[in-house]
Design a binder for this molecule. Structure first.
Ligand SMILES: NC(=O)c1ccc[n+]([C@@H]2O[C@H](COP(=O)([O-])OP(=O)(O)OC[C@H]3O[C@@H](n4cnc5c(N)ncnc54)[C@H](O)[C@@H]3O)[C@@H](O)[C@H]2O)c1
Ligand SMILES: [Zn+2]
Ligand SMILES: [Zn+2]
Length: 346
């Protein structure tokens, strides 16, 4: 079979590798039908994720067809269409029993395309297949369900639910990439009064309007604090969602929240950010962080199947499975290409 193999910083290739096969009784082998690339894959290619070593197949998002199951797999069968999620769950450890699958102690968590071979391949081995796959509802296209492998549950759980978005809130979303746009999508389910999207790129702010932000601020040109003050009698946002992952945007997200407000950090940070406790101690703020757990995936599957959430606008570019080189190039140059999510299909 063929797969996207990582060969150290800046080097990857679509190349011939040994076929995926069952190694444990709880494994399944899935034929990859539709797959995408995550911003995290670009981080890996820069060498930012040292746990990913030479020879690793990349990718942690896919929809596919079950080919083979180990003797211990009971809920999926060859021929089933399944979502393969970014988080694998052993199902039995302390964290899995609490629905915190991202923190799995039993060999799960974020392992695909990280600690074990991932989804950017013709076939893949899925460990703990009963608790790490989701059957695709009839009548929903693979590429819509694919958005549930990572961006939609991440933004919903770590942004919207951790942030405690409520009806009538003013929600500020810092960063309007796929994650920020998903956070806007999730926040809308709670009928906020206003959603303010903040980004440096006008193309992303245009997308934010399309996804449901009613106010957009290019923070290279304007102070988002002023826009939010005018909507909140000078108080600040009820909830700010950080969806970039650099120190400035975390500090901005904290500054934009009102006293008693919530700051929900989604961004993956590579450098320390300053928490100005000398200003913030008196403001009763709540800051949350998180790796996605995917406990919301069944809910989001119902919302996509019933068209309460439309996952189609995330897909800006489509490729064939063997066009990974082009797909990575278009996705990496999102500023010029306008890419949100690129999808490769068999
Ligand atoms: N916590 C999790 O489980 C989890 C899961 C997936 C992704 N993430 C992280 O979420 C973050 C966002 O992911 P993405 O795929 O949307 O990334 P992206 O790079 O596509 O989007 C980031 C956006 O932030 C904007 N931006 C950059 N600097 C800015 C600044 N100073 N002010 C305002 N806007 C700025 C960019 O223009 C871009 O539109 C990343 O850090 C990613 O690693 C976290
Ligand atoms: Zn991802
Ligand atoms: Zn577990």
């Amino acid at each position: 079979m063929r797969a996207v193999v990582y060969h150290g910083p800046g080097r990857k290739a679509w190349e011939e590798v040994p076929d995926a096969r069952i190694l444990a009784s709880t494994d399944a082998v899935v034929r990859v039908d539709t797959v995408t690339i995550c911003g995290t894959d670009l981080h890996i290619l820069k060498g930012d994720v040292p746990a990913v070593t030479d020879g690793r197949i990349l990718g942690h998002e896919a929809v596919g067809t079950v080919q083979e199951t180990g003797s211990g797999v009971t809920t999926i069968r060859p021929g089933d269409r399944v979502l393969v999620s970014c988080i694998t769950a052993c199902g039995t450890c302390r964290y899995c029993r609490q629905g915190q699958y991202g923190q799995c102690l039993g060999g799960g968590g974020w392992i695909l395309g990280h600690k074990i071979d991932g989804t950017q391949a013709e076939y893949l081995r899925v460990p703990f297949a009963d608790t790490s796959t989701y059957k695709v509802p009839d009548g929903v296209a693979d590429e819509e369900i694919l958005m549930l492998a990572d961006i939609l549950p991440t933004s919903y759980e770590v942004g919207v639910l951790n942030g405690g978005v409520r009806p009538g809130d003013v929600v500020a979303v810092v960063g309007a990439g796929p994650i920020g746009l998903s956070a806007i999508t999730g926040a809308r389910l709670f009928s906020p009064a206003h959603i303010v999207a903040i980004d440096l790129a006008d193309s992303r702010l245009e997308a934010a309007k399309h996804f449901g932000a009613d106010v957009t601020v290019n923070n290279t040109l304007h102070d988002p604090g002023e826009a939010i003050a005018s909507l909140t009698d000078g108080l600040g946002a009820d909830v700010t969602i950080e969806a970039v992952g650099v120190p400035e945007t975390f500090e901005l997200a904290v500054r934009l929240a009102r006293p008693g407000g919530h700051i929900a950090n989604i961004g993956v940070h590579g450098k320390p950010a300053t928490l100005h406790l000398e200003e913030q101690w008196i403001r009763n703020i709540t800051i949350t962080t998180g790796l996605v757990d995917t406990y919301s995936t069944p809910t989001l599957l119902r919302l996509v199947a019933s068209r309460q959430v439309d996952a189609r606008p995330f897909i800006t570019h489509r490729f064939a499975l063997d066009e990974f080189a082009e797909a990575y190039d278009v996705f990496a140059r999102a500023g010029e290409t306008g890419a949100l999510k690129v999808v490769l299909s068999r």
